[in-house]
Structures are given as structure tokens and as C-alpha cells.
Design a protein around this ligand. Structure first.
Ligand SMILES: C[S@@+](CC[C@H](N)C(=O)[O-])C[C@H]1O[C@@H](n2cnc3c(N)ncnc32)[C@H](O)[C@@H]1O
Length: 224
């Protein structure tokens, strides 16, 4: 399987409809945890098995991973979980803007693909349109968790999140980075990095009461 796909290629720019929560979950009234770049899905499968009082949705751009994760989910009869094949940047904003108030309680973006070259930064998953759509959809007090083993990847994400003014850092100490993952399970990449002793940078944010900025104003004020 290909390790990376180019999310800007023509194929991955075609929008895919993401169904509303009523068509995705057994009980659509539960709050939603969205994991962006869910890969093989073990993190969400573990979480959904433990937290039956939440719905969980994983979105992933590599379809074989989604098929494998969905197969396991179906075998486990988890109706508070689904995995969807889509490009988060293309297909999620519309879905997010159509969610009801207080539906989206948690979002995680864990070890996003780094795309090291500057000219490839536009392929990184957290782009201005996505963070504004997340800001619009997330409930007051909702939590946004990000982690990466690369400072060069997590720092621009923190910058974008803070520039919205819609999130406050939830600190463990003085640093914007926290030692621990707030969730009881590790992702595949996190388990690998931990086992190799690779440093991991983690930040947790809480949605505050600020209205999201206008997308065009937001983009024109960014220093990137
Ligand atoms: C490095 S992996 C990390 C996977 C998992 N979150 C973990 O921590 O083990 C990043 C994942 O994000 C997916 N991804 C990258 N860009 C994406 C996009 N635009 N939309 C959805 N998924 C994306 C990749 O295919 C890959 O599976």
C-alpha cells in the first residue's frame, strides 16, 4: 500500500458526500468524536468499545485502511463508530457546517503526514478552511487534541489553532506541550514512536465562546 497519497491530486479533490450523523450511527443524539487521518483505526475501535456514550468517526484518505477498519468495526458490531474514506480537506467542511449545535465534542489529529518540503505544505491536513470549519462545528468546551513527533509539523498546527482565537490551551504545566495523551489508548504511530523513544509533542485545546473568524479575513491575516 502507498505510504502517502497526494491529497491535492485531481482524484482526491473530488468531493465525497459524508452522510449526516443519523445515517452513520445507531444513536445520533450522542456527542461525536472525530479523528482525522484514522489510518487502520485501532485507536477509535478501542475508544468506541470503551465509550459507548459517544459516537466516533474516523476519516482517512487511503481506502484500503478504511475497508479494513470498517470490516473490523462491523465484526465487533459497534454502531457508535464509523470509518469513512475521504479527503478531510475536501469533504469534511460541508459535513461540519451542517452538524447541529453541541454535536461535535472531540476532535483528534494524530501524527498527520509531515510533507517536509515547503512547497508541499499545502498537502498537510490542517489547513485554514478545515480549522475554521472545526471551530464552527465544535461545542463550547469541546476538546481538540493534536500530537506529532515533529516540531516542524505541530508548531504550524498550533499557530493555526491559536490564530482562530476559538481555542484555549489546556496546559499541564508551563509548556504548550503535554506529557500525556488525554485518551486511554495510543494510535499505531504513537505506539511505534513511544517504543522507539522518539519524543512526542502533544497539545490539547478547549473550544471557547469566540465566534470563528471569516475564512477570507483569517487567511489574509496569516503569517505563513
Ligand atoms: C502518519 S499517519 C497517522 C495515522 C494515525 N493517526 C496514527 O497516529 O497512527 C497519517 C494518516 O493521515 C491520513 N491522511 C493524510 N491526509 C489526509 C487527508 N487529507 N484526509 C484524510 N486522511 C488523511 C494518511 O493517509 C495517514 O493514514
Amino acid at each position: 500500500m502507498r505510504q502517502h497519497v497526494n491529497p491535492l491530486s485531481r482524484f482526491f479533490q473530488l468531493p465525497k458526500e459524508v452522510e449526516p450523523p443519523e445515517d452513520l450511527f445507531g444513536n445520533a443524539s450522542l456527542p461525536i468524536h472525530l479523528d482525522i487521518g484514522s489510518a487502520r483505526g485501532r485507536f477509535l475501535i478501542d475508544l468506541a468499545s470503551l465509550h459507548k456514550d459517544w459516537n466516533h468517526i474516523g476519516v482517512e484518505i487511503r481506502s484500503p485502511l478504511v475497508l479494513a477498519a470498517e470490516k473490523e468495526r462491523i465484526a465487533m458490531r459497534l454502531d457508535n463508530l464509523c470509518f469513512l474514506f475521504c479527503n478531510a480537506n475536501v469533504s469534511l467542511p460541508h459535513w461540519l457546517y451542517n452538524l447541529g449545535p453541541n454535536q461535535l465534542g472531540k476532535v483528534s489529529i494524530q501524527f498527520p503526514d509531515p510533507w517536509f518540503k515547503r512547497r508541499h505544505y499545502k498537502r498537510r491536513v490542517l489547513q485554514p478552511e478545515l480549522i475554521i470549519a472545526l471551530s464552527s462545528a465544535m461545542s463550547l468546551g469541546g476538546q481538540l487534541f493534536i500530537q506529532s513527533d515533529l516540531l516542524n509539523v505541530i508548531n504550524p498546527m498550533i499557530y493555526l489553532i491559536k490564530e482562530t482565537s476559538c481555542f484555549d490551551s489546556i496546559l499541564e504545566g508551563e509548556s504548550v506541550f503535554r506529557e500525556r495523551n488525554p485518551f486511554p489508548f495510543m494510535t499505531e504511530r504513537e505506539a511505534y514512536a513511544s517504543s522507539q523513544g522518539i519524543p512526542i509533542y502533544r497539545s490539547l485545546f478547549r473550544r471557547n465562546s469566540q465566534l470563528p473568524p471569516d475564512l477570507n479575513d483569517f487567511i489574509s491575516n496569516l503569517k505563513m
